[in-house]
Each structure stands twice: as C-alpha cells, then as structure tokens.
Write a protein that binds this ligand. Structure first.
Ligand SMILES: NC(=O)c1ccc[n+]([C@@H]2O[C@H](COP(=O)([O-])OP(=O)(O)OC[C@H]3O[C@@H](n4cnc5c(N)ncnc54)[C@H](OP(=O)(O)O)[C@@H]3O)[C@@H](O)[C@H]2O)c1
Length: 237
C-alpha cells in the first residue's frame, strides 16, 4: 500500500488520544478517514478539526456491540466504496488490585478492549479481503508485561496480542496484513488523564500516527506483525 492517497481508513476511538493522532497523520497523507466513538457529538467535534467531509467521516459506534460496528462499516462503504485500513484502537483501563476490581470494571475492559477488537474485525474482514487491506490493533506493553493492579487490563491486552497474532496467520493467505502495536506510556486522556507539558517524556499520539504510516508504506512482502514501542527515556521520578 505504498501510495496512500485516496485509501480509506476506519479508526475506532478516534475522538481523542492515539486514535485522533493517527487520524491526523493519515488525513495529512491524503487518506479518507472515518473515526468513531460512543457519542456522535464528541466524534463530530473532533472530526471538524481533521478536515472536511470529503476526507473525514464521524461515526457513532460502540465497539462493545457488533451491530454498531457492522453499521459503521456499511456507512463507510456507502460513502467511499472501500475499506483499506482498520485500526482497532478503542480501549479503556481500570487499575485496581484484583480483589478490589469491580465486576463492572472487568466487564467494561473485556467488552471494549477484547470483544471490541473482535467485533471490529468481524465487521470489516470481508471488505479488507476485497481491498487486500490492513487490520491493526492497539494493544499495549501491558500485553507482554504484567503488573500489580493490572489484572483486568493485562488480561485484555495479553488477549489482544494473542488474538491479533492468530488473526494474522488466518488472514495473510488473503493478502490482508495484520499487526498489533504495543505502546508504553502515551500522552492521552486514558484513564481520566489530562495531557500536559509534564508528559513531554511520553510517546505522543502523532508518533503512533507516524508509526502507522510507516507500517502502511512497508513493502507488501514484509510484515512487522508485533511492534513494541516505548518512551526512549522513562520519566525521572
Ligand atoms: N495512553 C497510553 O499510555 C496507552 C498505552 C498503551 C496502549 N494504549 C491503548 O491505546 C488505545 C487508545 O487509548 P488512548 O490512550 O488514546 O485513550 P483515550 O485518550 O482515553 O482515548 C480512548 C478512545 O477510545 C474511545 N472509546 C472508549 N470506549 C469505546 C467504545 N466502547 N466504543 C468506541 N470507542 C470507545 C474513546 O471515545 P469516546 O470516549 O468518545 O467514546 C476515545 O476516542 C487503547 O486501546 C489503550 O488501551 C494506551
């Protein structure tokens, strides 16, 4: 996919944070980009800063619902006729010792971070086979390294890494590329964080955007299937 001009991308959870940062880079590269989130107003507010309606589409879709994701993909196909890139990025995190983690927090993480990436794939896979496209999940270094208070989040992100690697083996025979990106700390709104200048040491959302562009431009014969990415120098506490 070396010429990205006119290619169509769908980014779940593109209203802010990493998804929004990736959308900015893809639009700047000449792509048509649909972004989604749970409330249309929030997504529309974000979309207006990305570009006009010729190249940006705002969608309300809750990834915990397969039906929502199917409608999102249908809307993209109705507008642009193809889907070349899907970034399953929407995610939430609750951090508490396992004996204190609530059932609601557990289910929200599993339904969003794990069931969500399956729903997004299920809804888009036939379109991706047609376009010989690219499906990318946003996992985390928490998908390789477990930590105290991370039981729920770790469980979902280890799951996303395993899911994505197996999906890669299933889909490469259709020339569909599949990768997972596993970032360390990124300066976003994750877990009610407010990004500030104190986050300068962290990966910035646009850095993940640049990484996605590099993946898309990779030679068709080569597939970096699992990418760990971390701040070069961790925070000095
Ligand atoms: N920030 C980090 O340090 C970090 C590190 C590694 C991995 N990650 C992963 O990166 C991904 C993006 O997180 P972020 O850091 O950019 O967080 P963020 O700033 O909080 O953004 C999260 C995005 O996900 C959307 N979202 C949440 N639940 C959703 C649902 N059920 N359906 C659709 N959209 C939903 C939010 O949109 P609405 O609220 O508008 O619905 C928002 O656009 C997550 O999967 C996260 O686990 C983050």
């Amino acid at each position: 996919m070396q010429d990205l001009k006119g290619k169509v991308a769908y980014i779940t959870g593109g209203s802010k944070g990493i998804g929004y940062g990736v959308a900015q880079k893809l639009v700047a590269a000449g792509m048509k980009v649909a972004i989604s989130g749970r409330t249309l107003k929030t997504v529309e507010n974000a979309a207006q800063y990305l570009g006009d309606s010729k190249c940006v589409l705002a969608l309300e879709s809750d990834v915990t619902k397969l039906g929502d994701e199917k409608i999102a993909i249908k809307n993209i196909l109705d507008k642009w006729g193809q889907v070349d890139v899907v970034l399953a990025n929407a995610g939430v995190g609750h951090f508490a010792a396992v004996d204190e983690l609530s059932e609601e927090q557990w289910h929200q993480m599993v339904n969003t971070n794990l069931n969500g990436v399956f729903h997004t794939l299920k809804a888009s896979v036939e379109a991706l086979k047609k376009s010989k496209g690219y499906y990318i999940t946003l996992a985390s270094l928490a998908g390789a390294n477990f930590f105290a208070t991370g039981a729920g989040y770790n469980a979902t992100k280890f799951g996303v890494v395993g899911f994505t690697q197996a999906a890669m083996l299933d889909l490469r025979k259709y020339d569909v590329k599949v990768s997972t990106i596993m970032p360390g700390s990124v300066a976003t709104f994750f877990n009610n964080h407010e990004p500030s200048e104190k986050d300068a040491w962290k990966i910035q959302p646009e850095d993940i955007g640049k990484l996605v562009l590099d993946l898309l431009k990779m030679h068709p014969r080569t597939l970096p299937s699992k990418i760990e990415v971390r701040p070069t120098r961790p925070d000095k506490k």
